[in-house]
Design a protein around this ligand. Structure first.
Ligand code: BGC
Length: 501
């Protein structure tokens, strides 16, 4: 007799839980739809972003407020490929410090030997007030110089001082090739150390303290070094881009268009490489979601680098993690389990790429990342599909934004790809666009194949297939160290400073 009411209550509960489950799935889908629309940024919006970036770049060149930093590099003649000799190169700016010894070969543009050493930067140095970043850099550099010269302070022709090209991947204010006041720290570096001071003078004195008397004739951004590195062998290279921990672009500008250069500036040629610092591009049109706002306000540099935070390797995994956390917390994606999803930066961009690129029928790699990284086990195929889609969307947004920015800089240099309207029309002449090479370095570009595919597809959306085919995105592997070495040698062989041969 009592069984019936209980069975009745059970049935009611069952129906209710089915309804709740359906409602939750609907909410999950509608939230996913919002991300799909936002992250698959429509082409018209990319075109508007492209034009806004050009405006900010131009304001920056003129030194107007609201512009990008657009920093003159004082690289006004690129190395010719005929430089000879050996040089050391320091590459500081990512997770690792790299110091190289490079011997330039007899053939034009050839390197005879490149020996690169790498150190993980100890955590304390990221907080520059706490650590002693340049002391660490100088000690590592001294080790490499000793290895190659047999004695501290040696190297190169007998008696000559070793030459060090310094690739320093943060915004600096230069008045010549061999100086640069640090403007801000970016990425994970923070603190007030060196802000407003000349980073080259500081490096020289730390090298001296480490027992090395070296010449440091050139300091440059990694984008500048990357442009130089490829241009050495590919003369139609116009842009150097980094898509790694951070992102940025340098390009060749007409010196007369750089309004912020000191009055009376006379370069060796009419051109100069400009470091755009495009990571700071900002626009209400950016496809920003609430996760971006959280990432920004909990970062060491809130309000800065907003574009970089939607694009580069330091953040992509974190954007994906936060979206998954929202889906799990609010819409029960994993049936109430959160695993380690609440832990900041636990999901790296490499993990995200592994999920994105998993082609196995049961999404084996996605399951692996969920278990190993997030401690979420026994997931269904449906859940894994959703995780994969989130990763794909985060990558898609980054690639599409990057395409908008690239075409913006191409517009600035007068390449027809930069003035297309949606689908490729608009450049006017109908003539085929001249080929342009873009040197790209950084782990996102190098190691994330689907990112490269999406970037190429987005360029076709923005400029049309024919025009996009004129853009050659070329990996400039080790561009930062090689470019630093080429510029170092060129600058040391040049009389005076402020430019290179
Ligand atoms: C820095 C740039 C640098 C880029 C890539 C950004 O955070 O501001 O100077 O080129 O990262 O390393």
């Amino acid at each position: 007799m009592q069984a019936l009411p209980l069975a009745g209550a059970g049935a009611v509960l069952l129906v209710k839980s089915l309804r709740d489950g359906q409602a939750q799935r609907r909410r999950l889908e509608s939230l996913m739809d919002e991300y799909r629309q936002l992250f698959n940024t429509p082409t018209d919006r990319l075109l508007a972003l492209r034009d806004a970036l050009v405006q900010q770049l131009e304001a920056g060149l003129a030194g107007q407020p609201g512009g990008l930093m657009a920093l003159p590099s004082y690289v006004d003649v690129l190395p010719s490929g005929r430089e000879r000799g050996d040089c050391y190169a320091i590459d500081l700016g990512g997770t690792n410090l790299r110091v190289a010894h490079v011997k330039l070969g007899e053939q034009r543009g050839a390197t005879e030997a490149t020996h690169i050493r790498e150190w993980e930067i100890p955590e304390e140095h990221f907080d520059t007030d706490r650590g002693s970043l340049l002391r660490f850099v100088a000690q590592c550099t001294a080790e490499v110089i000793r290895e190659h010269s047999g004695a501290a302070g040696g190297g190169g022709p007998a008696g000559a001082k070793p030459v060090v090209g310094f690739c320093f991947s943060f915004p600096v204010d230069q008045t010549a090739l061999d100086n640069g006041k640090v403007l801000v720290w970016t990425k994970n570096f923070r603190g007030s150390y060196l802000i407003g001071q000349d980073v080259v003078a500081a490096l020289r004195s730390e090298l001296a303290a480490a027992g090395v008397d070296a010449e440091v004739p050139a300091v440059m951004n990694d984008t500048v070094a990357t442009l130089v590195a490829l241009r050495y062998s590919e003369p139609d290279t116009q842009l150097g881009i980094i898509l790694g921990t951070g992102t940025n672009c340098a390009y060749l500008e007409r010196a007369e268009a750089i309004g912020k250069l000191p009055a009376g500036y006379r370069g060796r040629t009419p051109a100069m490489v400009v470091n755009s610092e495009w990571g700071d591009f900002r626009s209400p049109l950016l496809p920003t979601c609430q996760e971006d706002l959280w990432i920004d306000c909990s970062s060491p540099h809130p309000g800065n680098g907003l574009f970089e935070k939607q694009i580069s390797g330091l953040y992509l995994g974190e954007v994906a993690r936060r979206i998954l956390l929202r889906l799990a917390e609010k819409e029960g994606l994993f049936g109430g389990t959160l695993g380690l999803l609440s832990r900041h930066f636990v999901l790296t961009t490499a993990d995200m790429a592994a999920c994105d690129q998993d082609d196995t029928p049961d999404l084996h790699a996605v399951a692996g990342v969920l278990e190993r990284v997030l401690e979420i086990r026994k997931t269904s195929l449906q859940q894994r599909r959703l995780v994969q889609e989130v990763c794909q969307l985060v990558c898609l947004r980054s690639a599409r934004l990057c395409a908008a920015a690239i075409t913006g800089v191409l517009q600035r240099v007068g390449h027809p790809c930069g003035s297309c309207s949606a689908g490729g029309g608009g450049s006017g002449s109908g003539a085929p666009a001249p080929p342009v090479a873009i040197a790209v370095d950084g782990s996102v570009f190098e190691k994330y194949a689907r990112f490269r595919e999406r970037l190429r597809a987005a360029l076709e959306d923005v400029c049309g297939k024919a025009a996009a085919d004129s853009i050659r995105l070329q990996l400039a592997k080790d561009g930062s160290v090689l470019g630093a070495a080429y510029l170092g040698v060129a600058a040391a062989q040049f009389e005076g400073n402020g430019g290179t041969a």
